[in-house]
Design a protein around this ligand. Sequence first.
Ligand code: CP3
Length: 344
Amino acid sequence: MERRERFLAALKGEAVDRPPVWLMRQAGRYLEGYRAVRAKHGFWDVCHQPELSTHVALEPLNKFPLDAAIVFSDILVVPQALGLDVTFGKGEGPQVGRPLRGPADLEAWNTQGLMDRLQFLPKAVKHLSDTLKGSHGLMGFAGAPFTLFAYVVEGQGSDDFKLARTMLHAQPELAKKALTLLAEAAAELLEAQCQSGADAVQLFDTWGGLLSREEYRTFCIPALRAITERLHAKGRTVLLFVRGGHHLLPVLGESHVDGFSLDWRTPFAEARALYPKAILQGNLDPVLLFAPPDVVRARTQALLQEMKQNGGFRRTIFNLGHGILPGTPVESVAALCDAVVRGG
Ligand code: CP3
């Protein structure tokens, strides 16, 4: 099968020779070419200029036999377009200027003409799609409302996002207003990417796993439903990644997404038993890529085996359980891809 054909077949639930493979954060600092681009250009310049964005998105496709590309961008483009200053301090994670702490901070968000300021992203998708000419599948993405909320409230990365989680209970109306607004922005941004050539889109809920089932149901599900309703009206395919979301699995279906990108701690077989008709993607531990290539190969084969025994590869996409980490050996990524290609 051709790469894009395999990827589309997996999305549609048609038969495949083997699961298609792509990797979250497949373009990034572990690649030499990316680091060379970043030595010359700021991170936001790479996101904002379609030629640069395409250039770095293609590097992993040229190195490894991946079946799909993901547009090069970031989830924090939405807070940035809302007028918040977003920067990446060295090793400290993202910093967001004027964090959301009270109603006046939300009032200050610049929602007028939001999509005009985000046009660079659908443009990057179009540029990448025109360059690929159908050689690979193409993923678009956005931050899930809660993960964006977590960053804009906290103002920076955090282990527990204490301020953001407190706000859900201390100022629930403000929290819901912010989540609704972030969901509207995500929905528009995802639809624009689909119109520009994305075959499917993924919502990244990196911090959703910090919430209890009840909290996820109260605050996240309605926001996610607003997104899926909007995209399903246009026939789009939406995947949802929730890091640390094993305990949330029984309620995630209420979001009505078409599939789940599983965290490495979520047993694939368990997710398949719960969601026989969903697209399931995942979920090799990205830390395993620091082990020798023969270990990577063996773990990849074991996961393929589990996938085969639980749904016979239908609606299944091979991926990691979280993004590739900086410093990941390129040989390990090659070993993973090679094992998937041979493992069908
Ligand atoms: O190939 C790809 O998937 C790349 C596109 C991509 C990036 N970020 C590029 C990026 C994607 C899909 C993301 C998603 C993203 N961004 C998430 C969700 C996925 C996840 O990993 O949980 C999150 C939480 C963010 C927010 C964010 N942006 C963080 C935490 C960081 C790293 C901060 C740091 O410096 O440690 C970023 C910056 C970022 N986004 C980089 C890349 C390649 C590194 C920036 C650099 O070049 O210095």
